[in-house]
Design a protein around this ligand. Structure first.
Ligand code: COA
Length: 349
C-alpha cells in the first residue's frame, strides 16, 4: 500500500484551511422509490441506513455542484489565492475535457493547474494525497480538492440494487502549505487498489474498450452495475486494513481517535468497520440517512456537515477512511482545525 508521508516535503504539510458541502434541494425519498420499485422504506433503512438522497435538477451536473462546494470552501477559508484545483469525480460533465478547468474558471481562480482524478468513492482521499504532494514539492502553496458526483445520471432508476444507494452532491476542502504539527495537517494518506476486482462495480459501456469492440451495447450497460454483497465484504475489509495502516504511520492508537469519518457507502459498513477497529460507534460521523452514497463527494460532504453541525470540533483527532470501485481504498488522519465549515442544504435541522 502506498503511503505519502507527511515529512516528505521538508516539513511542508497540507493543512486544512476551509471546508464546504453542497447538495441540490431535490430529494428522492425511500417512499418515492417504493412507488416505482419492488422495495420499501423499511428494507432500505434497515439494510443501508439511507432515508433519502438528493438529485440535481435537469441541466445541471458535476461541474455546477463542484463550483458551489468549491466556492463555499474558499469562503470558509477566507482564502484569496489557489494554485491548483483537483476534482475527484467519476461523473465528469463530459468524457473530455476534464471538469476541473471549467470549475477553476467559473470560480475566477485564473490560469491555474486544474485536473480531474478518477478513483470513484476513494477519489477525495486520492485527491488529498495529490494535494499534499503538490504542496510538498512546492508546485503549489494551496490546493482546492473537490469531490463532486452526479450518480443520478448513471444509476438505472429501475434497478433496486443501486437506485436506493446513490445520491448527488459535492464537498470541498481547501488545503494550504503549513507545518506537520499544526491542527489541520493531513497525516500520512495510505492508498491502495485491486484492479482484479474491477467488475464488482462497473459501467460496461461508453469507454474505449466497448467502443473499440464496435458493438452496440445493451441499454443497461450504460448504467452502474454492482455486485452488492461482494462489494460489502471488500469495503469492510479494506477500510479496516487501510485505517490500521494510517493509524500506525501517524503514530496514533485506536483509542486516540475522537471521530471516525468513513465513506458513507452503507451505514452498516461504517458500523462494522468501527467495531472491527475497536472505535466506539458513537464516535463515527454519519450523514448517510440524509444524502446516501455521494461517491467522491461523500467524505468532504461528511466533514462539512459534521463540522457545521458541531459534531466535529477543533482539536479532535479524526480518522478518514474510504473505499470505492476500482477497487480503490485509503485512509488518513488529521487533527481537526478551527475552521468555519459551510454546508448548504435543508436537512440539518
Ligand atoms: N428492496 C427490497 N429487497 C431487496 C432490495 C431492495 N432494494 N435489493 C435486494 N433485495 C432483496 C434481494 O433480492 C434478496 O432477496 P432474496 O433473499 O429473496 O434473494 C435480499 O434482498 C438480499 O439481497 P442482497 O443483495 O444479498 O442484500 P444485501 O443485504 O447484501 O444488501 C446492498 C444489498 C446493496 C444494500 C448491500 O449489499 C450493500 O450495501 N453493499 C455494498 C454496496 C456499496 O457500498 N457500494 C458502494 C461502494 S463505494
Amino acid at each position: 500500500m502506498f503511503a505519502a508521508r507527511e515529512d516528505s516535503g521538508n516539513g511542508r504539510a497540507a493543512v486544512i484551511a476551509g471546508v464546504g458541502g453542497w447538495v441540490p434541494s431535490g430529494t428522492v425519498t425511500n417512499h418515492d422509490l417504493a412507488a416505482r420499485l419492488d422495495t420499501s422504506d423499511e428494507w432500505i433503512r434497515s439494510r443501508t441506513g439511507i432515508g433519502a438522497r438528493h438529485v440535481v435538477e435537469p441541466g445541471r451536473a458535476t461541474c455546477a455542484m463542484a463550483v458551489e462546494a468549491g466556492g463555499l470552501a474558499l469562503k470558509s477559508a477566507g482564502f484569496p489565492t489557489v494554485d491548483a484545483v483537483i476534482v475527484a469525480t467519476s461523473t465528469p460533465d463530459r468524457v473530455l475535457p476534464a471538469t476541473a478547468p471549467e470549475v477553476a474558471s467559473r470560480l475566477g481562480l485564473g490560469r491555474i493547474a486544474a485536473y480531474d482524478l478518477a478513483a470513484v468513492c476513494t477519489g477525495f482521499l486520492y485527491g488529498l494525497a495529490n494535494a499534499a504532494g503538490l504542496i510538498a514539492t512546492r508546485a503549489a502553496d494551496s490546493v482546492l480538492v473537490i469531490g463532486s458526483d452526479t450518480f443520478s445520471t448513471i444509476v438505472d432508476p429501475m434497478d433496486r440494487g443501486t437506485a436506493p444507494i446513490f445520491g448527488d452532491g459535492a464537498g470541498a476542502v481547501l488545503v494550504r502549505a503549513g507545518d506537520p504539527d499544526e491542527p489541520g495537517a493531513v497525516g500520512p494518506v495510505c492508498l491502495g487498489s485491486g484492479g482484479e476486482w474491477s467488475e464488482l462495480i462497473t459501467i460496461p459501456a461508453g469507454g474505449s474498450r466497448q467502443r473499440s469492440e464496435g458493438t452496440s451495447p445493451a441499454a443497461e450497460d450504460y448504467f452502474i452495475q454492482m455486485q452488492g454483497r461482494k462489494v460489502y465484504r471488500h469495503a469492510t475489509d479494506r477500510m479496516v486494513e487501510s485505517s490500521l495502516t494510517a493509524l500506525e504511520r501517524a503514530g496514533w492508537q485506536v483509542g486516540d481517535v475522537d471521530r471516525f469519518a468513513a465513506h458513507q457507502a452503507n451505514a452498516r459498513i461504517g458500523v462494522a468497520v468501527a467495531e472491527r477497529l475497536g472505535i466506539p460507534v458513537e464516535r463515527a460521523l454519519s450523514n448517510i440517512e440524509q444524502v446516501g452514497n455521494t461517491s467522491g463527494a461523500s467524505l468532504p460532504l461528511l466533514l462539512a456537515d459534521s463540522a457545521a453541525a458541531g459534531r466535529l470540533r477543533p482539536g479532535e483527532k479524526v480518522l478518514l477512511a474510504a473505499f470505492g470501485a476500482g477497487l480503490t481504498w485509503g485512509a488518513a488522519t488529521a487533527v481537526w482545525p478551527d475552521v468555519t465549515a459551510l454546508s448548504v442544504h435543508d436537512y440539518r435541522a
